[in-house]
Design a protein around this ligand. Structure first.
Ligand code: OOB
Length: 536
């Protein structure tokens, strides 16, 4: 679903789309300041300069091309926060092959789907991470997906696959992609049975980077700590690692986001900004009170991915001595930020306003009619870095986009007189578990595959730390062996699903509350109206 020509023209004419590609961007930065540090990987104290990263990307691209990876090919990339992540994605950008950004938490079900649906030619994993062996996962997926010709393993023994470190070769001439071409496929949080893939172009994504940099004060002296999983849209682009690289700044990879790991890195690397989901922001503000580490270099803490409560937001500046910047974004495009010079009241009580003057925002009722100014309704958006459709999903697109190209975000918002958005709720059938998105239908389908289960509904319920956690309400088949909640959780996990999707709580009920027309009322389920008495 390309941008209609008249919009593309406008976005170019107004200077949002600069006609750059990621490959060329890195080349320019490397020429401008070859010896500046681009990426720091504390695991083995690797420090790659811009020239170093540029050369690595060229060499890896050459090796990948020699192995038959070409323009437009899809490559599923599932890497933790290690330096190779950037080597791989910039090599793919140079070729014009499309990274498909999987998360380290994904397991067989998700990865198989990404590989199958995209017809991926290759899959890149780390040997091991967080006690999990990705080579075993790769072996299963490779056996099931015929298009998958290569698995490349970063760090550690490659086992039956090829080590990523064996791939690089003498750089070759590449024609590479055009600025308007797709750069990668990002994952949607989703509200349907399987995740949707989000096609982003070089032009549109690069605009979101420099637009973010301007609003977050990122320049070449900034040091960005990548604490969340590097491939997620928030730490990647808001302003994220790619924003930092665009600015010629430094990215410090944080292997995991706990204060024990992150705080020493902030002190040592003089980190100036980072992004966190609300539960982590809570942990950090508490830990900061007693930490022996010097966090004074930190200027900006971005918090987003899920609603940050006003009460928690108020604690950030006193605890961490930095400016809070709320971010309300989505991998589909639109990103809102509170401005660094907004009044404190605005910073703590809103989720910001759009990056671009050409981000079009509509707040509508259930019939797509605009609500009165200041009223609460569904957020629709269209703009210079918001997609016009998911990748290869025409039926879904007809529902998720209006006829004139607005994306239906599924978020319920209200606009303040200053144009700031306040997120009031969600209309999509999704649970936001501390920033990790779970499509209820996807988990329901897995529970329904259990032979003893007659019906299942998954909803979010309030959690003081995560904001929301998942509860699965399950009706057993008549005469079925009674099940324990833990058996349902294990069943879901063993179907090869990311751990964050396993229901936090399972409750057995005899019936679901219904709406007037006899549909299951998730609203009532959420309100705890799962009637009648649970079975023992
Ligand atoms: C970010 O991206 P996704 O694609 O994982 O999730 C998008 C959804 C939004 O539609 C909204 O439902 C929720 O996550 N969300 C927030 C929020 N930020 C995201 N809900 C309330 N308050 C917020 N501040 O989550 C994402 C992408 C780029 C930057 C930041 C977050």
């Amino acid at each position: 679903m390309p941008y209609p020509a008249e919009f593309a023209e406008r976005y170019r004419a107004r200077g949002y789309w600069r006609g750059e590609t990621f490959g060329a961007m890195l080349r320019e930065r490397a020429a401008a300041h070859p010896d500046r540090i681009a990426v720091v990987d504390p695991a083995d104290d690797r420090r790659w300069t811009y020239a170093g990263l540029d050369l690595r990307a060229d060499r890896l691209a050459a090796g990948l091309v020699a192995r038959g990876i070409g323009k437009g090919d899809r490559v599923v990339v599932q890497l933790p926060n290690i330096a190779e992540f950037f080597e791989v994605i910039f090599a793919l950008f140079r070729i014009g092959a499309l990274p498909v950004f999987a998360l380290p938490a994904h397991r067989e079900t998700e990865i198989r789907y990404f590989c199958e649906f995209t017809g991926a030619a290759a899959y890149v994993v780390a040997a091991e991470h967080g006690g999990y062996d990705y080579r075993e996962l790769a072996a299963k997926v490779r056996a099931e997906v015929p298009t998958l010709r290569h698995v490349f393993v970063a760090g550690g023994e490659a086992g039956p696959f090829e080590a990523l470190s064996d791939v690089p070769d003498e750089p070759v001439e590449l024609t590479g992609p055009e600025p308007g071409d797709l750069a990668f496929l990002q994952l949607s949080g989703g509200s349907t049975g399987v995740p949707k893939l989000i096609p982003r172009t070089h032009d549109d994504y690069i605009y979101s980077l420099w637009g973010s940099n301007e609003l977050c004060g990122v320049d070449q002296d900034s040091v960005f700590l990548c604490a969340l999983p590097a491939a997620h849209n928030f730490p990647l682009s808001s302003p994220g690692s790619l924003g930092a690289l665009y600015a010629g700044a430094r990215v410090v990879l944080c292997p995991q986001p706990s204060p024990e790991v992150a705080f020493p890195l902030i002190e040592r690397e003089r980190v100036t900004l980072t992004g966190l989901v609300p539960p982590l922001a809570l942990v950090w503000t508490e830990a900061a009170a007693t930490t022996p580490y010097d966090l004074s270099s930190l200027d900006v803490l971005l918090v987003g991915g899920a609603k940050f409560s006003e009460e928690a937001a108020r604690r950030v500046r006193p605890a961490l001595g930095c400016t809070l910047q709320q971010v309300f974004g989505m991998a589909e495009g639109l990103v809102n930020y509170t401005r660094l010079d907004d009044p404190e009241e605005t910073i703590v009580s809103t989720q910001g306003r759009p990056i671009s003057p050409d981000d079009e925002i509509r707040v509508v009722d259930d019939h797509d009619e605009d609500v009165a100014p200041g009223g609460t309704g569904h957020l629709l958006t269209r703009g210079p870095y918001t997609i016009r459709g998911y990748w290869r999903a025409p039926e879904h697109n007809a529902r998720s986009f209006t006829a004139d190209g607005f994306y239906r975000t599924g978020d319920i918002v209200r606009l303040t007189p200053t144009g700031h958005l306040v997120v009031e709720g969600r209309a999509k059938d999704q649970i936001n578990r501390g920033g990790e998105k779970i499509a209820a239908e996807e988990v329901e389908n897995h529970i329904l595959a259990h032979p003893s289960v007659h019906d299942a509904n998954v909803v979010g319920e309030p959690d003081p730390y995560l904001g929301e956690r998942t509860c699965a309400y399950v009706i057993l088949r008549a005469g079925a062996e009674p099940l324990k909640p833990v058996a349902v959780k294990r069943f879901v996990r063993e179907r090869g699903l990311a751990a964050y999707k396993v229901p936090d709580r399972v409750e057995f009920v005899d019936a679901f509350p219904q709406t007037g027309v006899g549909k299951v009322s998730k609203k009532d389920l959420r309100a705890g109206a799962a009637a009648p008495e649970p079975r023992t």
